[in-house]
Design a protein around this ligand. Sequence first.
Ligand code: 5GP
Length: 198
Amino acid sequence: MEQLKQAIRERGNVLSNEVLKVDTFLNHQVDVELMSAVGEEFARLYKEEKVTKVLTLESSGIAPSFMAATSLHSPLIFARKKKSLTMDENVYVSKVYSFTKRETNDITVSKNFLSSNDTVLIIDDFLANGQAALGLIDIVKQAGAKVAGLGIVIEKSFQDGRALLEKEGYRVDSLARIHSLENGKVTFVDELVTTHNN
Ligand code: 5GP
């Protein structure tokens, strides 16, 4: 998605060879037009899949998921990272190791909102080693529901997430795929292909 790649190039901040900061348009301040376009692209990719629920992880997954759920006419569920006082024990729970926070947390979704009748599109802001995605998949499985696929805004293709998910048979659609963040520079996977062809 060209518009997204342009935002990453112009407004992203490479923090290290492994971490990209995009708090200018996704992780803190939200570029609502860009995130709407991202959501619409996910909806276009999954329009034939009879998606009944969009599932993401709070908080950064919510913005890109909102328009996807709107266009697919489905509810949006965000898994919670912290147990809320108003949340009862009627929850699906999975453990997720956070790549950026270097800690393991329980993520929870109320059993009221996912059932075996659901076909679920999972959306997240980043795909690194796939732990967040696997936690969300685990919750969908606990509900006996079907995973339609994973919609990822930014995939860091030099990490293991995609390979892990594809090995398990899941469809992965990433709107920007980063080959490398080395030397403070973002290189996309498709730029690499173009360079090789020339
Ligand atoms: P994974 O679970 O695939 O290892 O990592 C994905 C999760 O970690 C995402 O939900 C995202 O919040 C966070 N994450 C991983 N890599 C990055 C990164 O380079 N930048 C930011 N902002 N978040 C990241």
